[in-house]
Design a binder for this molecule. Sequence first.
Ligand code: TMP
Length: 225
Amino acid sequence: MIDTLVENLNANGGVFITFEGGEGSGKTTQIKALSEALAAAGVDHIMTREPGGCPSAEELRNLILTGAKDRWTDMGELLLYTAARAEHLERVIRPALAAGKVVLCDRFADSTMVYQGISRGLGERTVEQLQTIVIGETAPDATVYFDIAPEIGLARSGGWDNGENRIEQEGLEFHTKVRDGFVALTKKHPERFVTIDASASVEDVFASLVSVLTDYFAFEEVKAA
Ligand code: TMP
């Protein structure tokens, strides 16, 4: 099955795929498995993440995610995530796409819309305007959303009162808004999003991931032609 995906990705070239989900959705494990499979098949790609992905953005990640829950104001947090994105886009993502590589990115602007715009309540318009300025033309070609009930995801990631970063420490109400926000985004942008049930086993989720991407890029190839 991965062979068809490899063919479809190679036919498209310079493809930007983002992966989204709540805490404990298992997306990072899945991206690593996908990256290993693509590497074994010789697909020229990078695996990266947000916030982070280059030294300057990783420094910002450290500032954003560590310390007291109220370390940053909501607006300050939004701007820090967005600053990290500007660094990452300019230094890593755009050069990789320009070189024809497949870019696998663990979280991107949909996380900002959902966590800062919706759950923190800064508003969709504010987040959208800011992201438009920073992202410009570099929008994802496809976004995989790993859907999981927040109760299950938080239990997997160590629990909301035991979370390792400032965001995980938020309560169930916050994380329920995150999930509802992601589901709403998948409905708003059905042409870009594919949804995977992340409550299944790691093997089953991986099989779904390869399958949905294979179908998606078979369609994209037709679209690009
Ligand atoms: P991670 O746990 O997937 O590494 O992501 C770090 C945390 O940052 C996670 O709780 C989601 C959050 N986040 C935002 O709140 N806004 C953003 O724009 C991004 C990229 C992540």
